[in-house]
Design a protein around this ligand. Structure first.
Ligand code: AMP
Length: 980
């Protein structure tokens, strides 16, 4: 039941505002723009709920008292259109008859919601409190409410003397208005937040007045005198503030702050005696004031500068609607000047100029906004020549490209794996057969189909089959735990998952059971550039992996630039050196097959033996791989001829490795550093390594690729100057549609620049160097790359916390003794489980590369002052890993040799290694393990026994201790029965 108990006195300011000639009383309006939809009935229910908590929204004036009507503000639906042009915004709200507040829902898809309130009953601060509660109600959260009944007289110190009403002395900044009473609103969104904003604006505007000293009215929110006050009433007043033309902004800022600090604003108030004047008398005075102002073109100041503060758009989102911008549109009171309303939100400064409309007013408003924009966000920083990347966007799909290639070169070899090969005609036929089988099961455009298969020809046929059915493929890694795979398939809403062997996942459909020929006359469905091509899951900081949705147009654009960049053509032989679940796989999967080249699939696990075989026997011409894997390749001791391009992607490429790559593959080989998050389709920034020019420790990531743009924004979301570090944000046609089924997360990471450009916030800190190319510096958040795998440590910590004995967990990357990065977990647990148990627990739920190398039990998790885990205060898990004294003397020659290989691989003194300790205890990871195995083959086992030793790789992985590796080496050398 709505309460009708609420009532409060009309304050002097409210009395004065109420006494405007009919139809001219100012109205405040807060517009919230966003993406998604809001159901009108649901909004109306939320407005009603919020009205109970903020009864100031239900008031009408009875004499000198506001009384509660019990009627919540109405929600009116208005046809889509620009908010500033809505005729509904021109209509005054009647303080006596009501309603004094209303809500407009403008449009259906990506609507705007406008909160309107008669200024007599509410100020802008009040509207913000009200709107925030409406969104809390929409989200189903507890409301904060605004039940207080204070007025400005309660908040302000007693008045000294009699205040002087302001005269009408200043021409309006935007010029003389026309005869009508239409208000014109001109809006501009400017990138970034800007300290001392009111002072900065005043400094820019002062010279535009043409006067030696500009006069501003600066509305001050009186809630600053009682911050705990929760009231929607009109609790602000305008303070006159003079700014000499040419005064620098910091001086202006200091003067304004001093004025406020000394509470000098308190005296700039309306005389409370105004309450004694009858409304008709006041109305007459206001009418006369208004007429005089219009006639003389003189107002109380040149302009009013209202700063509503910074708001978090998340607080104005909910129920399928994600706010992207908030701005305030006001109307001038009698004799009041034109007004500039400013809100800071979503990384932008939203500015609205409002004034009575008239000839030339709009043009002058735009000119003022141009000057403000140039001062806050100079065009020179907004524009970067390297972003001049616009080309014709290929309106095609990889499906069309492959079909054309297959009919052009049916007999060319498309895919080779250890067991055989497919010609283009074979792959074409098999993929169409799979597509037909999927279609028969109801799969088509808009569906997502999992593909869970080893790196072999069936997997490639399955992926192409899904694409040709018009659906999106969801690549999954067979090495990942079943539980995680099942969760991902469910999260993606994939009805089917194509598998190459029986696998316990929902919707599993064995490829072996499907026909290998499409039915005669099968008609292939049309696939368009706007359809989804794939969904790839990446680690999520909220503990849940997130599915990145990539459309065909993005993939085609990537293919169009990457094909020439990597020199891919019909002669190309390109191996797949990553998991399908990592988007770098798309380079190998698509580029050669759309150019008549050959995709090579090295069988089984990638290790030094399989890599060596690939490089020496399979004659690859282009490699795309992570720097971690490239390092292993460079250590193989082979010098393969014929590799024309090595494209490193996914993590920092150190210069030393790039140089080593040239040594291994020859100086004619091109070494590329490709950069891109999954959210921007594989890669979007690229650089070719020049040893003479690129002399820094890391190779630059380069410049944006065709139809992609890159911007560097500082911590305040302003464009960084060249050389200045900031967050890299990416724009252009390769941006993902978003995260599957996660609109809030999508809205958080995919944002807009002030000019409307949609961008993805990468979280990578970069800078543009003196040569005009981007250098990668580090991450803005905790995300880490371990061996090219993208990991949110929070996801691992949350998994650990699901163990019944673990109360709290933190996972941090640390550098092990050898300098390589490993994940170390710290848990607060009672009783403390063995580290191996917790590692196994994680291993059952997350991919192997997310299993922490060490788990340390601690009494508590130390935090820094700002609440982050204090990594430096955590014990170093590698510090105590010493061998028992005297052990090294007992080692036989072979064990000593194995220990020496371990020591060299891990960067640890051999004497500190215990023979029975796990490789991971010393910070070893899977690639280092492969390096160690390669080293043992080279130094201990010898070429003739290598194959037998490699056959025992599984044994080593299961029990990686010096002791065990030495036993295996001994056994293969003596051809004795292997130890297990
Ligand atoms: P993913 O989505 O797995 O491709 O990971 C994307 C992240 O990997 C980026 O945001 C960067 O942090 C990192 N990354 C990708 N490529 C590079 C590169 N060439 N140099 C440095 N970091 C990179």
């Amino acid at each position: 039941m709505p309460s009708t108990e609420f009532r409060r006195p009309v304050s002097p300011v409210e009395w004065w505002i109420a006494a405007h000639p009919k139809g001219t009383a100012p109205v405040l309006q807060l517009a919230v723009e966003g993406t998604g939809r809001i159901d009108a009935e649901r909004l109306a229910a939320a407005v009603a709920t919020a009205a109970d908590a903020c009864p100031g929204t239900r008031l009408v004036r009875r004499g000198r008292t506001w009384v509660d009507t019990g009627e919540p503000p109405a929600v009116r639906t208005v046809a889509a259109g620009r908010v500033v042009d809505l005729p509904d915004l021109q209509v005054a709200l009647d303080d006596r008859r009501g309603p004094t507040c209303e809500v407009l829902l403008v449009g259906e898809q990506d609507p705007a919601i406008v909160f309107r309130a008669a200024h007599a009953v509410m100020d802008a601060g009040g509207v913000l409190l009200w709107a925030a509660d409406v969104f809390r109600a929409l989200r189903g959260e507890p409301l904060v409410g605004a039940p207080d009944t204070v007025t400005e007289t309660d908040l302000l110190p007693p008045l000294e003397g009699k205040p002087q009403p302001p005269g009408l002395d200043y021409p309006a900044l935007l010029g003389k208005p026309g005869p009508g009473r239409r208000t014109l609103w001109v809006r501009r969104s400017i990138d970034g937040y800007h300290a001392g904003l009111v002072a900065r604006l005043a400094t820019v505007i002062a010279p535009l007045t043409g006067a030696p000293e500009a006069r501003f009215s600066v509305p001050v929110n009186l809630r600053r005198y009682a911050p705990e006050t929760r009231s929607t009433a009109s609790l602000s007043h305008s303070v006159p503030f003079a700014v000499p033309t040419g005064q620098d902004w910091s001086t202006t800022h200091e003067r304004l702050l001093t004025l406020l600090a000394e509470e000098r604003d308190a005296q700039a108030r309306l005389d409370p005696a105004v309450l004694k004047m009858p409304i008709p008398v006041l109305r007459f005075i206001n009418g006369a004031l208004e007429r005089k102002a219009a006639k003389t073109d003189r107002y109380a100041s040149h302009c009013s500068l209202a700063h509503l503060g910074r708001v978090d758009v998340a607080g104005f989102s909910g129920a399928g609607f994600a706010a992207t911008a908030l701005y305030s549109l006001s109307t001038a009171p009698a004799g009041g000047p034109c007004e500039i309303d400013v809100v800071e939100c979503a990384g932008h400064t939203e500015i609205v100029l409002s004034w009575h409309d008239g000839p030339g007013i709009a043009e002058r408003a735009e000119a003022v906004l141009d000057a403000i924009e140039e001062a806050l966000s100079p065009a020179a920083l907004r524009t970067w020549a390297a972003n001049d990347t616009a080309r014709v966007v290929p309106q095609t799909t990889v499906v069309a490209g492959f079909a054309a290639q297959a009919s052009a070169t049916p007999d060319a070899i498309a895919v080779v794996d250890r067991d055989g090969q497919y010609t283009y005609a074979d792959l074409d036929r098999r993929s169409r057969a799979i597509a037909a089988a999927l279609q028969e099961r109801g799969i088509g455009s808009g569906d997502v189909v999992g593909v869970l298969a080893e790196r072999g020809r069936p997997a490639v046929a399955a992926i192409w089959g899904v694409l040709r059915a018009g659906a999106a493929y969801l690549p999954l890694d067979t090495a990942h735990p079943d539980a995680r795979l099942a969760d991902i398939l469910t999260d993606a809403g994939a009805p089917l998952c194509l598998v190459d062997a029986p696998r316990p996942v929902p919707g599993a459909l064995e490829l072996d059971t499907l026909p290998t020929e499409p039915p005669p006359g099968w008609a292939e469905p049309a696939v368009g550039p706007g359809d989804l091509a794939y969904v790839i899951y990446t680690s999520g900081s909220t503990g849940r992996p997130k599915g990145v949705e990539i459309e065909h147009v993005s993939l085609s654009n990537y293919v169009a630039w990457a094909t020439p960049m990597l020199g891919v053509d019909a002669a190309t032989r390109m191996p797949l050196l990553t998991s399908f679940a990592f988007d770098v796989s798309c380079t190998s999967l698509f580029l050669p097959l759309l150019a008549g080249g050959t995709l090579l699939l090295p069988g089984g696990e990638l290790n030094h033996a399989t890599l060596r075989r690939l490089l020496t026997e399979d004659a690859p011409t282009v490699l795309t791989l992570t720097p971690s894997l490239l390092e292993l390749v460079c250590e193989l001791g082979v010098r393969p001829a014929g590799v024309l391009v090595v494209a490193a992607a996914g993590e920092v490429l150190r210069r030393s490795l790039a140089v080593q790559t040239l040594e291994v593959f020859g100086a004619a080989c091109r070494v590329l550093n490709l950069y891109g998050p999954t959210e921007a389709t594989i890669e979007v920034v690229a650089h070719e390594f020049h040893p003479g020019r690129d002399t820094a420790a890391s190779v630059p990531i380069g410049v944006p690729t065709p139809n992609c743009t890159a911007y560097v924004l500082d911590a305040q979301h302003r464009f960084a100057a060249p050389g200045e570090a900031g967050e890299l944000v990416i724009g252009g046609v390769q941006l993902a549609r978003g995260y599957r089924g996660r609109p809030e997360l999508t809205a958080e990471r995919f944002v807009r620049l002030a000019d409307g450009t949609r961008v993805y916030r990468t979280g990578d800190i970069v800078r543009v160097n003196a040569r005009g190319v981007i250098e990668f510096l580090n991450r803005a958040d905790d995300q880490v790359k371990v061996l090219g795998n993208r990991i949110e440590p929070a996801e691992i910590a949350q998994t650990l916390e699901r163990h019944p004995a673990v109360a709290k967990a933190a996972v941090v990357p640390r550098h092990a003794a050898g300098g390589h990065k490993v994940l170390c977990a710290y848990v607060v647990a009672d009783p403390a489980p063995a580290p191996e148990e917790l590692q196994a627990f994680v291993g059952e739920r997350l991919p192997r590369y997310m299993v922490p190398a060490t788990v340390t039990v601690v009494g508590e998790l130390p935090r820094t002052v700002n609440g982050k885990i204090d990594v430096r205060a955590l014990p170093d898990p590698f510090a105590g890993a010493a061998a028992p004294a005297g052990q090294q003397q007992d080692r036989d020659e072979l064990t000593r040799a194995v220990a020496a290989v371990w020591a060299a691989t891990l960067g640890v003194d051999a004497d500190r290694l215990a023979d029975d300790a796990d490789f991971h205890t010393y910070g070893g990871d899977s690639l280092l393990m492969l390096s160690m195995v390669a080293g043992v083959c080279r130094e201990v086992v010898g070429a003739e026994h290598e194959q037998r030793f490699m056959d025992r790789l599984g044994d080593i992985v299961r029990r990686p201790t010096i002791e065990h590796v030495a036993d295996l080496a001994r056994s293969v050398r003596s051809a004795a029965v292997p130890v297990s």
